[in-house]
Ligand binder design. Sequence first.
Ligand code: PMP
Length: 432
Amino acid sequence: MKIAPISEELFQRAQHSIPGGVNSPVRAFRAVGGNPRFMVSAKGPYMYDEDGNRYMEFINSWGPMILGHAAEIVQEAVQRAIPNSLSFGAPTRKEIEIAELIVDMVPSIEKVRMVNSGTEATMSAVRVARGYTGRNKMIKFEGCYHGHGDSFLIAAGSGAITLGVPDSPGVTKGVAADTLTAPFNNLEAVKTLVEANKDQVAAIILEPVAGNMGLVLPEAGFLQGLRDLCTKEGIVLIFDEVMTGFRLAPGGAQQLFGVTPDMTTLGKIIGGGMPVGAYGGKKEIMNFVAPAGPVYQAGTLSGNPIAMSAGMAMLQYLQAHPEVYTNLERTTTNMVNGMKQNMQELGMNFTINHVGSMFSIFFTEQPVTDFESAKTSDTAMFGRYFNAMLQRGVYLAPSQYESLFVSTAITDELVQEYLKANSEALKEALLR
Ligand code: PMP
């Protein structure tokens, strides 16, 4: 039984000086009840809180820690870089090296610009797509999250769903009018939107595997259908691979599904845990970015040497060790199969979506293929399940509308521990 009086006290204190006590909404545990745990350290598969509790964890800093926490290769690269100064604001060799590595790894990227977060990457990519096409509108999908740029906070996923603000106040009607939305996996709806807005759509942006309404996979033909439509209509297809990039394959979901977008946005793993994002794509499009072209985008700390060192170490490791992906797939499949067996034993038939090292449990018996079906999940049940897991030392994402991430630090032994906790927590969640 994990109790956390120090975390509770810190959360009370945090409310006075930080909005909602946290620097990013989902961390506040609003969707699942209870108090967030304040962390002090993490290593491998575990995080440790202020109260001295240990958690086996499946958030991995919302994705970046694919090798587990405090991976030595990344820590050492950061330590080697620090004595040379934390920032120059001038170009470095390392930025060329990481750009070349990204171009090598990600099929759609011929040129790339480094930024500081996934939000910056998507905001910039859409601006470039607008500048390149001379068109204003953008199509996004209900339940997909692309960071907190104004034009993306329309039918947005992740914390925006959890907190009931998929359309945020503060986004002007003018901005919202240029964002058109369609249900995920519904190619016909997209075709209809494109037809109704002929020659006005600059970009279609999507998470090729959606992770921000819980995990939702693209149905057969959906990604290719979008690719064909964009080619035919002169629309820039943007895959937001902030979550899936370097996670589902060295070249991300585009490599796994064999569909190449015009532009790609990246984040999370690309920084190895440091604040990094990137956007890239075809040369012809990326040459619109300043100073090569007229679309302005800049950053005081962009290409920061410490962040680049961490990212470079992470990407080099992943490129050199493709077995990471087969091992993660095997571990996650064992977890998913074990969970299905646990459910069967309890006479439950809930839905688990899974690809590579990402998965989500939905407390609904119907298939989850879009935001509407994701919303059929019993979120109160999810909250009970989450807290029952937390009490057993397993830290899951504190919301139904997130994907879970498995790291290479999860051993077969830990899978068994996880499955035991899962079985007990399911029983406890069902009882109440
Ligand atoms: N796009 C996707 C697909 C994401 O999952 C996220 C963050 N979860 C973002 C963009 C925004 O990235 P950041 O939080 O680094 O701004």
